[in-house]
Design a protein around this ligand. Structure first.
Ligand SMILES: O=C(O)c1ccccc1NCC(=O)[C@H](O)[C@H](O)COP(=O)(O)O
Length: 228
């Protein structure tokens, strides 16, 4: 089981407007994700990211999501935006994760796609270099971008993980299923994008509030059960 006394993290990813960002902050999200992958429907310009980050700073941690960038590109982003975290959502090998962390001085979250048990074998190589591992669904084979497809994976695959391993869970989470996902996988946090949207890239303020409340309640219930 994850350390149940540590704070549970709720991240809303792919925010692109002040209204939806403020909805996430008002709902109590701990992390907000800004997507810098040009093929994503959630892509935002650096100019927009800076203005959204100004609203979030001090209220939630700012996560900049990049795909297969090198440490020089990542350093440029950090200089411009000053995010708290970098989320690496591509095929970055462990050495590149480490190089980006060293070059930028930022905490790094590495996303790993899960579709079958064998995918979990990659975790140890990253657990020593990344500050947080995000276990996400693998994208469809013909996908134009590698995350944010609203597809869950089989949560029971995580049953054999070391209970002390702290990870975040994503992939097809939504207000209706997040409690079950938390109860089954016992993550240290959850991350959502499509499940709080009305269409790809269009966040829904009501669904954001519902998701954060449902995740928070499920995490509280889990913590109480752990203390019983
Ligand atoms: O969200 C995107 O458009 C995206 C594009 C490229 C790489 C990663 C992307 N999203 C990653 C996320 O952090 C999502 O929150 C995660 O994959 C879960 O997405 P969803 O299943 O839609 O909730």
């Amino acid at each position: 089981m994850s350390d149940l006394s540590a704070p549970f993290t709720v991240k809303i990813c792919g925010l692109s407007t002040p209204e939806t960002l403020l909805a996430a902050l008002d709902a109590g999200a701990d992390m907000i994700g800004l997507v810098f992958h040009p093929r994503s429907p959630r892509f935002i310009s650096m100019e927009r990211a800076i203005s959204l980050a100004a609203l979030a700073r001090g209220r939630a941690e700012i996560v900049a999501l990049i795909v297969d960038w090198d440490e020089k590109q990542a350093s440029g982003l950090v200089e411009a935006l000053n995010p708290d975290w970098l989320q690496l959502h591509g095929t970055e090998p462990p050495a590149l994760v480490e190089a980006i962390k060293t070059a930028t001085g930022r905490r790094v979250m590495k996303a790993l796609g899960v579709a079958e048990k064998g995918d979990l074998a990659r975790i140890p190589a990253y657990a020593g270099v990344a500050d947080r591992i995000l276990l996400d669904a693998k994208p469809p084979k013909d996908a134009a971008y590698p995350g944010g497809h609203g597809r869950p994976f089989d949560w029971s695959l995580l049953a054999g993980l070391d209970p002390a391993f702290r990870f975040m869970l994503s992939g097809g989470l939504d207000p209706a299923n997040v409690a079950e996902a938390i109860a089954i996988t016992k993550p240290a946090g959850v991350d959502v994008s499509s499940g709080v949207e009305s269409a790809a890239g269009i966040k829904d303020t009501g669904r954001i509030a519902e998701f954060v409340a449902a995740a928070r309640k499920a995490a509280d219930d889990l913590q109480k059960a752990g203390q019983a």
